[in-house]
Ligand binder design. Structure first.
Ligand code: ADP
Ligand code: MG
Length: 611
């Protein structure tokens, strides 16, 4: 029997470790089980190169809970350790690792930075134990089994013992504050979280908990669409089927495998952003992948596995890590390529999925220049008057250049956000031969704003931003049938209307256009839309009054009729009613103004009867 003191400078490191890692005690299970996996893999490797000639059997890892004795035991059938190895790897290496860890983070008050990002190793067991025992028998036939014991002080015991089978048992004597870990349920949940896809069978209460060869570790050519779908179900049992997926597989300049799924997204934007899990050699690390996956791809679901992502560093370091940056741009490129591929090979299905894809695509194009370049080719817009008809930017250009180029040479992309509410404008624009696309998702206002400066030959205008004649500013004059006197009189009548923020303009439109057309200028309306979805720095716009333009169609026959009246009061009321009707059709007439309109209408109608 050997007694000794672990060579660490700190008098007693464990209280400090405990304090540091207070909120994340459960990772001890990840560390111990992955050590067991490592030991098993090592033995398999030795066997495959002929260095281990004994019976390999079917090695598995078992976790056993003994409530009575308050112990939790993790057993493996791996390489095991000789006494010398325990001395070297446990007494010296593991504990000098602890020392290094402490030196590194000494003086750091923010423990949260470290938690979950540091491979704590074997000594993490002391976070939950007041005593830890190792029973181990090396695969080397002649080596006797050994028992190691330590109570968290720098003193340990190392002695020969009897152990029948090859491998290692780690026995944790759970301390009083950690009795939560003496609960089957708790252990089960933790194992499911950390060990779900470990490559060696992990058993708890006689049940295997893990899938040892998850889909992402296989070759894409060996997988059917069903396999991908089934794996998705395994990850998210309650989720709707994914739209499609990307199998990631790189080995240079970094190692990365994984599968990313595109979920179905509904308009309500109930997007869950914590659905990608990061693994390192099949060991679960975290589902906070914020610094590894570009923000816009956080909408994706799935798994990324990379042993090259440094886990033992703080988040701020991770952001600056060149490997992490490469990984992030690799994923972005893969996603863009996949979208491009589906678009080119199966445009129909691409269009069907556009409602979901569009959100990623637009979000991505706004935030990533490279993605944006590719996106310009597959971004599509649906014709609001012909559901199912989609244009790419190029196609839209082709079809509209002749009619929708304005006097500055810019192509005016006309869009609508609500087919029902904007129907009269859509019809008016359509009658002029214009194509109106539907841009009705939550990101569209921001998207347009973002892209306009990049696509400098295009200008987006909502279909109700102006009267149809003015949507594409062509510098053409339209003639009015009224005399100058009549026009002056009509203007006077309209200017009497006590409306705030309303600009009145007389135009000679076609006789069958509405007599009064209310429009809201593009810029202010767009800003208000963005403010409504909470764009930062936009609240100023939210409080701005609505700006309204009122165009009087001087060519509408009703004006000749009104101008013929000699009762000025009646003329006033008729004109007012026309204006109110236009506002009403845009949902802009409310409160007292609406009441006055109703009363005035009734009055005008009864006056008619008397005549
Ligand atoms: P790491 O796993 O990063 O090497 P650990 O602190 O987790 O660090 O483990 C230290 C060393 O102890 C391991 O490298 C290994 O040599 C040895 N070891 C730990 N657990 C086992 C085990 N179950 N079987 C065999 N060796 C083990
Ligand atoms: Mg380890």
């Amino acid at each position: 029997m050997q007694k000794g003191a672990i060579r660490v400078q700190t008098e007693n490191i464990f209280p400090i470790i405990k304090k540091f890692l207070y909120s994340d005690h459960e990772i001890f299970i990840r560390e111990l089980v992955s050590n067991a996996v490592d030991a098993t893999q090592k033995l398999k490797t030795l066997a495959s190169v002929g260095e281990f000639k004994g019976e390999l059997g079917t090695p598995e890892i078992t976790v056993k809970l003994d409530k009575e004795n308050k112990t939790l035991t993790i057993s493996d059938m791996g390489v095991g350790m000789t006494a010398e190895e325990v001395d070297k790897y446990i007494n010296q290496v593991a504990f000098s690792g602890a020392e290094e860890f402490l030196n590194k983070y000494k003086g750091q008050t923010d423990g949260a930075n470290i938690i979950g990002h540091f491979g704590l190793g074997f000594y993490s067991s002391f976070m939950v134990s007041n005593q830890v025992e190792i029973f181990t028998k090396s695969h080397k036939a002649e080596a006797p089994a050994v028992r190691w014991e330590c109570d968290g002080s720098p003193e340990y015991v190392l002695e020969e013992t009897t152990k029948e089978s090859r491998g290692t048992d780690i026995v944790l004597h759970i301390n009083e504050e950690s009795e939560e870990f003496l609960d089957e349920h708790r252990i089960q949940t933790m194992l499911e979280k950390f060990c779900k896809f470990l490559p060696v069978p992990v058993k708890f209460a006689d049940k295997q908990l893990n899938n040892t060869s998850p889909a992402w570790t296989k070759k894409p050519s060996d997988l059917t669409p069903e396999d991908y779908q089934n794996f998705y179900k395994e990850l998210y049992p309650y989720a709707e089927a994914p739209l499609f997926w990307i199998h990631l597989n790189v080995d240079y300049p970094f190692n990365l495998t994984g599968i990313l799924y595109f979920p179905k997204i509904s308009k309500s934007f109930e997007v869950q952003k914590d659905k990608i899990s990061l693994y390192s050699n099949q060991v679960f690390v975290t589902d906070e992948v914020k610094d590894i996956v570009p923000e816009f791809l956080m909408l994706l679901h799935g798994v990324i596995d990379s042993p090259d992502i440094p886990l033992n560093v703080s988040r701020s370091y991770l952001q600056g890590d060149p490997n992490v940056k490469k990984i992030s741009s690799y994923i972005t490129k893969k996603v863009a390529d996949k979208l491009d591929e589906i678009f080119r090979n199966d445009r129909k299905s691409f269009e069907e999925k556009w409602e979901s894809i569009g959100l990623f695509a637009k979000y991505g194009m706004m935030t990533d220049d490279k993605f944006s370049e590719k996106g310009n080719k597959f971004l599509i817009m649906e014709d609001i008057t012909e559901p199912g008809k989609f244009y790419t930017l190029e196609e839209y250009k082709q079809e509209t250049t002749a009619l929708q180029t304005n006097k500055d040479g810019k192509l005016v992309v006309l869009y609508a956000t609500n087919a029902v509410q904007q129907d009269s404008y859509i019809q008016a624009a359509k009658n002029k031969g214009y194509k109106i696309v539907k841009l009705d998702t939550i990101v569209d206002a921001a998207f347009i704003n973002n892209m306009e400066p990049r696509w400098d030959s295009m200008q987006f205008t909502r279909v109700d931003a102006d009267i149809a004649d003015n949507l594409v500013d062509k510098d053409e004059k339209s003639e009015s049938v009224l005399s100058t006197d009549q026009e002056t009189k009509l203007k006077e009548l309209f200017e009497h209307i006590p409306q705030q923020h309303v600009k009145v303009e007389l135009k000679g439109l076609s006789a069958d256009a509405q007599p009064v057309i209310v429009t809201r200028p593009e810029f202010m309306r767009r800003m208000k839309d963005m403010a409504a979805v909470g764009g930062s720095g936009m609240s100023w716009y939210a409080n701005m009054p609505d700006e309204i333009n009122m165009t009087i169609n001087a060519n509408h026959p009703i004006y000749l009729q009104i101008l013929d009246e000699n009762d000025n009061d009646k003329q006033q009321k008729q004109v007012r009613n026309l204006a109110d009707l236009a506002l009403l059709s845009q949902n802009l007439l409310t409160g007292a103004d609406l009441t006055a309109f109703v009363n005035r209408s009734v009055e005008l109608m009864s006056a008619e009867k008397k005549n």
